[in-house]
Design a protein around this ligand. Structure first.
Ligand code: ADP
Length: 636
């Protein structure tokens, strides 16, 4: 029999190092992770056995057994689940399925994970937590359906490599033996194991058993005590979602959430209901209080766990949840679905579609209630998940108004930490105001200084401040109860019809100057026109309605996308004294070089105001210095 030695992948080594050397608290969660893996393995075997009777190669009922060997100092977790082939073991136990390894490692090293190692379950590296308490781990496994008792043995001391060899194994399934470190021998004690199982794994549906030794009276001589071993089930095995709501305590609900999510904080909200009618099912789901650490990773596993008549069918069933609600965790147990459904079949399944709609409505309703009745809690939720929820405006047409009502915005009329809803905004709209105005940006303080807001402020129109990267795409196309969302930095805006005459006069007066600026900056600008949105500032740049806003353009460019550069519109404030002065120069010398310099400077200023850089920073600095010298000459 050959023993093959293999090296772990670099990132696996790093993870193992972290687990061994820096996770100190809550070490007992290793047992929860191993039991959870065993239970998943049984679910998979059970599910497969529904169509393939060969999987049931032994008569033993599904179970997870914990065995203790005090002399050897080992703890073994044994299951009769799906098992692993050699390839499975090398792949599943030797590598990490994660693309963003760097961020992942950083997250793993965070204070949060150090203080709450149960979080590592979220990253799909639960198995490695065994190395928190063991200096050697041995895995013996036989894949269900494999003939001739052929199994494999995987072993590692977390020193950078593992060994793998063929062994015989009587039954299908996996046994994982931990050679406990001297200081972790307490996990050989019955009471310790009992309490950890009770704490973390009470909800596991398969029995978690252990041989318990008891003393009994002797049969012949009653005064003689004899020791007998009895198998005892340690977990309550409650499918909590099938119980009556009134029989479940808040603590139980919360524990189940932690079991499902690998989160260590209590959820913000629990929703538990039974649907009857077209589709019969029970749903128990949770709205988390804090964002899971992995939700931004590509590998984030969204979806609810799907059961059909109490049999676990799919762990992360994406078809049950809208992607913009991907933070929701929970289970759904259907009475109608056949047991042999596959992931593919679920994609266009009517029952599943009905369940998904029902769940979407329930989640949105719950959030709305929370917003109305428990605003502080809702605010916390919104800080964590608002950006994700907002995607729904774009992707779920039928629910967009409902989602819109859940959004919170800072605005030009709120204090620093308070927010407005769209309903608030619409309720307070000024007479004659048709549209909902917004401005995009990266911080509230910066946005508030923006020249684009001048006319709106003067007029008393409120402007919503949108700070999320996706805002322009999502909100730009949104219409709430017939009211359009309009960006204040796009399109030609005239807020005051009465000022139309003034504008026409100004147009006559400055027409030639506008033309001169336009000719000079033809390469960069599509148009130079008088502005209806400026009051104090001299000029600003705007995009046409329907075009991308500069914020978005920058975001896409930073993501490496090829964004075509579009010419913009320069708007000039006719009320600014600068143009009176420029007119004066123009009257004297129609070809004045000074006017061209001014035109360039105006454009550079406008670029700065929108948060971009002047076209040529060196020339810009030189021109400013020259102006200062000229001015100093006049003043001295
Ligand atoms: P996760 O369970 O989140 O995928 P783990 O590190 O805990 O991450 O486990 C890695 C993989 O190893 C599992 O996905 C599974 O394929 C395999 N595995 C672990 N334990 C068992 C077991 N008891 N039986 C069968 N496969 C297992």
């Amino acid at each position: 029999m050959t023993v093959k030695k293999m090296d772990f992948k670099t990132e696996t080594k790093q993870i193992l190092d972290l687990v061994v050397h820096s996770l100190y608290s809550h070490k007992e969660i290793f047992l929860r992770e191993l039991i959870s893996n065993a239970s998943d393995a049984i679910d998979k075997a059970h599910f497969q056995s529904l169509t393939d009777k060969e999987i049931l190669d032994d008569k033993n009922p599904w179970k997870i057994k914990i065995e203790v060997d005090k002399d050897a100092g080992t703890l073994t977790i044994r299951d009769n689940g799906i098992g692993m082939t050699k390839e499975d073991a090398i792949r599943e136990l030797g590598t990490i399925a994660h693309s963003g390894t760097k961020e992942f490692l950083a997250a793993m090293q965070s204070k949060e994970v150090k203080e709450n190692p149960e979080l590592i379950g979220q990253f799909g590296v639960g198995f490695y937590s065994s190395f928190m308490v063991a200096d050697k781990v041995t895995v013996i496994s036989r894949k269900a359906g494999t003939k001739d008792k052929k199994g494999i043995k995987w072993e590692s001391t977390a020193d950078g490599s593992f060994t793998i060899e063929d062994v015989d194994k009587e039954e299908k399934g996996t046994e994982i033996t931990l050679h406990l470190k001297d200081e972790e021998k307490k996990y050989l004690e019955e009471w310790e194991i009992r309490s950890v199982v009770k704490k973390y794994s009470d909800f596991i549906e398969h029995p978690i058993v252990m041989d318990i030794e008891r003393e009994e009276e002797g049969k012949i001589d009653k005064s003689q005590k004899v020791k007998v071993k009895e198998e005892e089930t340690l977990n309550a095995r409650k499918a909590i979602w099938l119980k009556n709501k009134s029989d479940i305590t808040e603590a139980e609900y919360n524990e189940f959430y932690k079991h499902l999510s690998h989160d260590y904080t209590d959820p913000a909200k629990v929703v538990h209901y039974k649907a009857e009618g077209a589709s019969e099912f029970t749903a128990l789901f949770y709205i988390p209080a804090i964002r899971p650490m992995d939700i931004l990773y590509k590998e984030y596993k969204m979806g609810l766990t799907l059961y059909a008549k109490r049999v676990k069918i799919i762990e992360h069933c994406e078809a049950l949840i809208q992607p913009y609600l991907r933070f929701v965790k929970g289970v759904v147990d259907s009475s109608d679905l056949p047991l042999n459904v596959s992931r593919e079949m679920l994609q266009n399944n009517r029952q599943v579609e009905t369940m998904k709609n029902s769940i979407t409505t329930k989640v949105l309703g719950t959030l709305n209630d929370m917003k109305k009745n428990d605003y502080d809690k809702y605010l916390k939720f919104y800080h964590e998940f608002g950006r994700i929820l907002k995607e729904g405006i774009h992707f779920d047409f039928s629910k967009r108004e409902q989602i819109g009502e859940l959004l919170l915005f800072p605005s030009t009329k709120t204090d620093k930490e308070s927010f407005r809803t769209i309903e608030d905004y619409v309720g307070d709209m000024k007479e004659g105001q048709e549209d909902i105005y917004y401005i995009t940006g990266t911080s509230r303080d910066e946005v508030l200084k923006s020249p684009y807001l001048e006319a709106f402020n003067e007029k008393g129109y409120e402007v919503l401040i949108l700070l999320d990267d996706i805002d322009d795409i999502v909100m730009g196309q949104f219409e709430y109860k017939g009211k359009k969302f309009k960006s204040v930095i796009k399109g030609d805006i005239t807020l005051d019809e009465t000022k139309k005459d003034e504008k026409e006069k100004a147009q006559k007066k400055y027409g030639k100057i506008l033309k001169l600026i336009q000719d000079h900056l033809e390469e960069d600008l599509k148009e130079v026109r008088l502005s209806g949105r400026l009051k104090d500032s001299a000029c600003c740049l705007v995009a046409d309605e329907g075009e991308m806003d500069p914020q978005m353009e920058k975001l896409l460019k930073s993501m490496g996308q090829d964004v075509p550069t579009r010419k913009r519109i320069l708007e000039i404030n006719p009320a600014h004294p600068l143009f009176e002065a420029m007119s004066g120069i123009f009257e004297k010398d129609k070809k004045s070089e000074v006017l061209k310099e001014y035109a360039t400077l105006l454009y550079d200023q406008a670029l700065l105001l929108e948060g971009s850089k002047p076209k040529d920073t060196v020339s810009f600095a030189k021109a400013i210095a020259k102006l200062m010298v000229d001015n100093a000459g006049q003043n001295s």
